[in-house]
Design a protein around this ligand. Structure first.
Ligand code: NAD
Ligand code: IPM
Ligand code: MN
Length: 358
């Protein structure tokens, strides 16, 4: 039996509610496929910050580094400034573990009501490849002329050749591996003077190395419109950190709910653990009520299984999710997809479905 060591960080808000459902699914699928898991549970969160002034203990990264993968819920609490909590845990994990790929599938699942007319399961199915360690997310810059009429802030975006090329290469390789030979690039080279013209230049160079892959380039504004008008046209979409972030809420929004969307923060070289989490946040507006949809967390767990080499188990989890979303009964569907199920009832239904699908 292979045993994988997993660091479990539920984090804040609904992260604490959806994580137990993912662990129930792992327990069952592990038993079915003879996979062992050794979990380390870390309660690092905004509560830790409120009590100690830091999100993680000083040896936090060292402790995480001793695991094969990290499963994260969500970070963020209304009384802690977001830039403190996120730059205190989530973003350092992504950066220090060089998880430079943020892979976010966008898929219309069976039984999920699509806000767009005339689309059914299979019609919307593409992958967002988001750069995850540089770009617009930077601590470079700061306030100037503080207190004077000329006061302001500068926020510097960094696009290195290494950082840009490696995310684009991942996107092209993914398109090839999935046999979806089409990569779209999100740009804004008409408005951003330095960064995006460079992004376009590197994209063009990378595309030349993959002549068998069709490419197109979209300014982010019209790309947002095209996600809504023609989502079926996309296969693999590569974007910078910020553009990828926005597109990866827009995409799932177009498929009916952001609550089902998963996210894999991958260090492809496997020098460090990769991290798996839902796309959504800690949802303080619904936290503590046991009504959050656990599917994003469970799907992220399937991506983790895939990354750990457990492809069969991963695909079983995905089929179990689809089995549940296809079920019209309100008792297994959470409120965001038109039902009355609690978080745990939906999780139980996924666990049961693991045995019902083949
Ligand atoms: P959010 O994703 O937490 O919530 C947006 C909306 O979607 C809310 O109305 C929420 O109720 C709903 N929603 C989200 N997940 C759901 C689920 N599983 N089931 C049902 N409904 C769900 O985004 P936000 O409101 O912008 O941010 C709230 C906090 O989370 C902030 O502190 C933010 O910084 C943080 N955040 C963290 C992450 C992360 O940890 N990766 C991601 C996004 C936001
Ligand atoms: C996400 C989130 C984070 C991001 C925030 C909370 C910093 O929105 O994972 O999509 O922007 O990366
Ligand atoms: Mn986001």
């Amino acid at each position: 039996m292979t045993t994988h060591t997993i660091a479990v960080l539920p984090g804040d808000g609904i992260g604490k509610e959806v994580m137990p459902e993912a662990l129930k699914v792992l327990d069952r699928v592990g038993a079915m496929f003879d996979i062992g898991f050794r979990f380390s549970h870390f309660d690092w969160s905004c509560e830790t910050w409120l009590a100690t002034g830091s999100m993680m203990p000083p040896d936090g990264m060292d402790r995480l580094s001793q695991h094969d993968a990290i499963l994260l819920g969500a970070v963020g609490y209304p009384t802690v400034p977001d830039h403190i909590s996120l730059w205190g845990m989530l973003i350092p994990i992504r950066r220090d573990f060089d998880q430079y790929v943020n892979l976010r599938p966008v898929r219309l699942l069976p039984g999920i009501p699509c806000p767009l007319a005339g689309r059914g399961p299979g019609d919307i199915d593409f992958w967002i490849v988001r750069e995850n360690t540089e770009g617009e997310y930077s601590q470079i810059g700061g306030r100037f002329a503080e207190g004077s009429e000329a006061e302001g802030v500068a926020q510097t975006a960094i696009f290195t050749r290494r950082g840009t090329d490696r995310i684009m290469r991942y996107a092209f390789d993914l398109a090839q591996r999935l046999n979806r030979p089409h990569v779209s690039s999100a740009t804004k080279s008409n408005g951003l003077f330095h960064s995006m013209p460079y992004w376009d230049e590197r994209f063009e160079r990378m595309a030349a190395e993959y002549p068998q892959i069709r490419t197109d380039v979209h300014h982010i504004d019209i790309l947002a419109a095209r996600f809504v008008m023609y989502p079926e046209r996309f296969d693999v979409v590569v974007g910078s950190n910020l553009f990828g972030d926005i597109l990866s809420d827009l995409g799932p929004g177009v498929t009916g709910t952001i609550a089902i969307a998963p996210s894999a923060n991958i260090n492809p070289e496997r020098r460090f653990p990769s991290m798996f989490e839902p796309v959504h946040g800690s949802a303080p507006d619904i936290a503590g009520r046991n009504i959050a949809n656990p599917i994003g967390q469970v799907w992220a767990t399937a991506m983790m299984l895939d990354h750990l080499g457990e492809a069969e188990a991963a695909s079983r989890v995905l089929r179990a999710i689809e089995h549940v979303t296809a079920n019209p009964s309100a008792t297994v569907r959470t409120a965001d997809i038109g039902g009355t199920a609690s978080t745990s009832a939906c999780g139980d239904a996924i666990v049961a479905a693991l045995d019902q699908v083949d």
